[in-house]
Write a protein that binds this ligand. Structure first.
Ligand code: ARG
Length: 460
């Protein structure tokens, strides 16, 4: 039978299916670099304790570098009995430098603190990469919003036309959501960046290893203060998947808006061919598949979060094999998010807004609030003006007019004496939008101010 790392007390062979069921190498080999780096630093700690000599350390580091090269060049040969990335790397190290030396590497270490360390390093690297992509995505949106700030469109509540807004206000809304995601990402990276290494299997290190040194060498901000926590904590996995789920939720709503806006009935935007596909049957079709996938994949990412929360909820302290189930959902979530950011960036940088269609979709009844505000400026209480404006809308409807702007001065006067000739100046979309210049509003200055604030956040 093959030699197992933990084979000493076992006599019977493992059920072959159990070997497959147990093995995590197929997916945790993604962390080969982090695993080798953890061992490189850990053995420096051992050398400081005199548990290995300087020559042995050099040999170990030489071996680790070779293994790194093998993985990188796709030349690492996996063998039966390579249960996970940790056992595979250690087995290979023995083949290269001899078991006499490689056999000392794991002194005082457990795969429990090892895997917790690898995972934190891996997630940290991945999240930093996502941060870069996310920044580019947001910057792309900001640029569009700045360039297209003159375009007007209907703003909606309940998917009913509500008030005119600028197209850039819509873009800036999502840029604001994604900037919050960006900030949240930074906080998660900061929180997970503490070292479990040197905690042993659970109880701590028996030779007094310098954990602060190990942490510092690995770029951690410090150590996790309790060895039991260090090996059992997967909150950073949960947080990363929650972050991914929330981000995908934002992406999904963003996509849903664009799917609606790209429909024939709306025609507000045209998706680039690069992000659309055709129908195998209907020659005229151009479908927004990219957006539908962005929307659809949000379900899968949330499923990963929910699934792992279930796995985690009843695990007794400290390490249990259930925890190996953290990897596949986490890796899948991070990869899905990565691809989604890149696709969404492509979509937003290539779509074409149709400003005529957007303008045509504005209707005069969307200025009913502005009509109420007109009387407010003449000193009438808003609750009253709201009612009066409503009567104007009804009068226009009853007289089958195309909008409230078509009422005559006499008709206005008959509804309320306080209407004057300047009421007709109200019926101007551009002016309606420009009035909303308080912070956060849809006036040009207000939008440019929002975009500037987002840029400042991103550049911090
Ligand atoms: N492959 C394992 C995991 O991902 C490594 C830790 C194994 N530890 C143990 N005590 N069996 O969780």
């Amino acid at each position: 039978a093959e030699l197992k790392l933990w084979g000493g007390r076992f006599t019977g062979a493992t059920d072959p299916l159990m070997n497959l069921y147990n093995a995590s190498l197929p997916y945790d080999k993604k962390m080969y670099a982090q695993d080798l780096e953890g061992t490189r630093v850990y053995t420096m700690g051992l050398e400081k304790l005199g548990l290995i000599t300087a020559e042995e350390l050099k040999e170990i580091h030489r071996g680790l570098a070779i293994i790194h090269e093998e993985w990188k060049e796709n030349k690492f040969v996996e063998k039966d009995g390579d249960e996970d990335i940790h056992t595979a790397n250690e087995r290979r190290l023995g083949e290269i430098i001899g078991r006499n030396i490689s056999g000392k590497v794991h002194t005082g270490r457990s795969r429990n603190d090892q895997v917790a360390t690898d995972m934190r390093l891996y997630v940290r690297d991945e999240l930093k990469k996502l941060k870069g992509y996310l920044k580019t995505f947001i910057e792309t949106m900001i640029k569009r919003a700045e360039e297209e700030v003159s375009i007007l469109m209907p703003g909606y509540t309940h998917l009913q036309r509500a008030q005119p807004i600028r197209w850039s206000h819509w873009v800036s809304m999502y840029a604001t959501y994604f900037t919050e995601d960006y900030k949240r990402l930074e906080q998660i990276i900061e929180r997970l960046n503490y070292s479990p290494l040197g905690s042993g299997a659970l109880a701590g290190h028996p030779y007094g290893i310098d954990r602060e040194f190990l942490a510092q060498e690995l770029g951690f901000n410090g150590v996790i203060g309790n060895s039991l926590t260090a090996v059992s904590d997967r909150d950073f996995v949960v947080e990363t998947m929650f972050w991914s789920s929330l981000f995908m939720n934002h992406i999904s709503r963003f996509s849903e808006d664009l799917i609606i806006y790209s429909s024939g009935e709306f025609g507000f935007i045209k998706l680039a061919d690069a992000y659309s596909t055709g129908s195998s049957l209907m020659p005229q079709k151009k479908n927004p598949d990219s957006l539908e996938l962005l929307r659809g994949k949000s379900g899968r990412v949330f499923g990963s979060l929910a699934g792992f929360m279930m796995s985690l909820k009843s695990i007794p302290s400290t390490y249990n094999k259930d925890m190996q189930e953290d990897k596949e959902p986490l890796f899948d979530s991070m990869l899905t998010v990565e691809h989604s950011i890149l696709i969404a960036t492509g979509v937003i940088s290539t779509l074409q807004p149709n400003k005529d269609k957007m303008f045509e979709a504005l209707s005069m009844d969307m200025l009913a609030t502005d009509l109420a505000d007109y009387l407010v400026r003449k000193g009438v209480p808003f609750r009253e003006t709201h009612h009066i404006s409503g009567e104007c809308v009804r009068a226009a409807e009853e007289n089958k007019l195309s909008g409230i702007d078509q009422l005559t001065m006499e008709q206005f006067k008959s509804i309320d004496e306080r209407f004057e000739n300047d009421v007709f100046e109200t019926f101007n979309f551009e002016q309606s939008v420009e009035r909303r210049d308080a912070t956060g509003g849809t006036a040009k200055v207000a939008i440019l101010k929002q975009l500037k604030a987002l840029k400042t956040t991103l550049d911090q």
